[in-house]
Design a protein around this ligand. Structure first.
Ligand code: ADP
Length: 579
């Protein structure tokens, strides 16, 4: 997949995570406080059991034993209650953070430069807004609180251990290097390993879907064998990827399991040794072993959530990356003084090489200007620049003396718009779909816009008229209706200039005649720049611009250009002659 959008780096992700946490200091301290209190109430049991051992050994009464047992039970109940409220507080806090993160992501996505969205393609942005948001939510909902709880519990338990007997806290340390180095080894490789695994599943799916979709072609061209080889390769890659992560788990799991149990044995051994040398009491030794035993669960939680946390971090980095795309337009607050569109010495490049080389063009208000020329000459690129989708690399495209890239997007759409065949129907009512172009439009204006494009009849005939829910899963509009909806949006936005790319706005032939009328109604009274792929469009235009190799080679009316016997005249006679 093309990776155009940036990805935030580690420090940026950590900074953001910290500011997110710090934004709600109250909720954060409540959550941590409750978890800490719950962990502390869980720490009394081993110490009390230690006392119990001492009591029994020194021949204490059965009533003391009962008292200790009851106290332990009471602490358990308190811990349970505290955990309940801690969970509640952390769930609320997590959802709050998640909601803010999502809102910020949406804001940044909506603020993305059009040119970036276009060149990045929808794939990357879609993955980020679906899979990455999903991963991130999982991490915030489960991994973050779980690691937080586990970390708090581990720290407090070690504290209690040291409190009971500082020297008995030492044997536990034996496991630290074991857990630290093995986990570091695993985490360094795991993310890449699991990403590779996921990518390999995607490859199998793609390969299968392609074969099924193209079954006829596969049969006709006898591609079965090569398709099979391709699928076998994909399965082979998936096998290798799975084998690799299995290898990682086969080493890491046993080592950490051993790392949990080892200190229990070491503490018991040391406890026995210290006890016989009168360095600790039997109660202290018992409590210490129980504490070390009690460390196993939170440690395991901590380590096993680490890779989910890592995956969440990767997703967060991708979500934050969207905010790092530099803006391609900046509102200057200037208002256009007229409606003439003018390009001055415009150069543009998609990468390293310019595809437009110093274009000068004045579009007269109300005229029909056709752009013709060989494919790849730069007509579409120029069209997009004239519509303000991209800013020029150098030079300027201005309307009424104000560069298009200095206009806020809402204002830009009221000046000049690009008409394409993309006519997405958003989930919502028909009315909502039309007013997207101008949120403050009245009901009457919406009806007038639909009527202008001949769409009011069918719109009124819908089950709930303009309030009918349309879009995916709801009432489905036909392609022609969807196109009319897009045209109605244009009528509402009411730009004085339209850039029409014929290649992409070629209408559904069955509905063409009908839609041609709707389109004509939209074009009426506006300046139109038509990227012409059929020369009769040029013939009917007021002026024709011949674009060749990123430059305007000729400009004039059809009659003038034919008389000039230049490139246009050659194109015209070959087209006309060939008919
Ligand atoms: P036309 O509309 O006249 O066919 P275009 O404006 O589409 O020409 O293309 C002009 C040049 O820019 C061509 O060389 C084309 O390969 C290149 N080009 C167009 N779109 C892109 C893009 N998204 N990324 C990179 N190069 C592009």
């Amino acid at each position: 997949m093309k990776q155009i959008l940036p990805i935030a780096d580690g420090p940026a992700v950590r900074r953001y995570a910290l500011t997110l946490l710090r934004r709600h200091p109250g909720a954060l301290s409540l959550t941590i406080g409750l978890y800490a209190a719950a962990a502390v109430s869980g720490l009394f049991a081993p110490a009390l059991l230690g006392n119990l051992v001492e009591e029994v050994r020194s021949g204490g009464s059965s009533w003391t034993v009962d008292k200790i047992a009851l106290t332990i039970a009471a602490f358990l109940v308190v811990q349970t209650l505290l955990i309940r409220y801690a969970r509640l507080a952390s769930a609320k806090f997590g959802e709050q953070m998640l909601a803010e993160l999502r809102e910020e992501f949406i804001d940044h996505t909506l603020a993305l430069p059009l040119s970036t969205v276009e060149s990045a393609g929808s794939g990357d942005l879609l993955t980020r807004s679906s899979r990455d948001v999903e991963e991130m939510s999982e991490a915030v909902r489960y991994a973050v609180p779980a690691t937080l709880v586990a970390a708090v519990t581990v720290v407090l338990t070690i504290g209690a251990l040291a409190l009971v007997s500082p020297i008995l806290a030492l044997p536990w340390l034996i496991t630290v290097p074991l857990l630290y180095f093995s986990t570091r080894w695993y985490l360094k490789r795991a993310t890449a390993g699991y990403l590779r695994e996921n990518a390999s599943y995607a490859e199998i799916n793609d390969s299968l879907a392609e074969t099924v979709d193209g079954a006829r072609t596969v049969e006709a061209l006898r591609l079965a064998a090569s398709r099979k080889v391709r699928l076998d390769e994909a399965i082979g890659e998936s096998w290798a990827a799975e084998r690799y992560t299995l290898y990682l788990r086969c080493w890491w799991f046993p080592i950490v399991e051993f790392g949990y149990v080892l200190p229990v044995a070491a503490t018991a051994f040391a406890g026995g040794l210290f006890y016989t040398n009168d360095l600790v009491t039997l109660g202290q030794a018992t409590a210490a072993v129980l504490y070390v035993q009690q460390l196993i669960n939170p440690l395991d939680e901590l380590l096993s959530w680490l890779d989910r946390l890592q995956v969440g971090g990767v997703s967060l980095a991708r979500l934050l990356g969207v905010a790092q795309v530099p803006a391609d337009r900046e509102a200057s607050g200037r208002q256009p003084a007229g409606s003439e569109l003018a390009a001055r010495d415009v150069r543009y490049s998609y990468g390293t090489r310019d595809v437009l080389h110093g274009i000068d063009l004045d579009v007269r208000p109300g005229e029909r200007l056709a752009m013709v020329g060989p494919s790849g000459a730069g007509k579409s690129t120029l069209g997009r620049l004239l519509a303000g989708i991209h800013g020029p690399r150098t030079g300027s495209v201005a309307v009424g003396e104000v560069p298009l890239i200095e206009l806020p997007l809402d204002d830009l759409r009221g000046q000049v718009a690009l008409v394409t065949q993309e006519h997405h129907v958003f989930l919502g009512t028909l009315h909502e779909n039309v007013v997207l172009a101008r949120p403050d439009a009245t009901r009457e204006q919406v009806r007038a816009a639909l009527s202008a494009v001949d769409a009011l009849t069918w719109a009124d005939a819908l089950p709930d008229g303009l309030d009918t829910l349309v879009g995916s899963g709801e009432h489905t509009l036909s392609p022609a209706e969807a196109q009319q909806l897009a045209l109605a949006r244009l009528v509402l936005a009411d730009p004085h200039t339209l850039v029409l790319d014929e290649a992409t706005s070629l209408l559904d032939p069955r509905a063409a005649r009908h839609l041609e009328r709707s389109l004509a109604a939209v074009l009426e009274g506006r300046t139109v720049i038509a990227i012409a792929h059929r020369l009769h469009t040029a013939h009917d235009a007021d002026r024709v611009a011949v674009v060749e190799d990123g430059q305007i080679a000729e400009l004039g009316s059809h009659a003038e250009l034919v008389a000039a016997k230049g490139p246009y005249s050659a194109l015209w006679s070959s087209w006309h002659g060939g008919k």
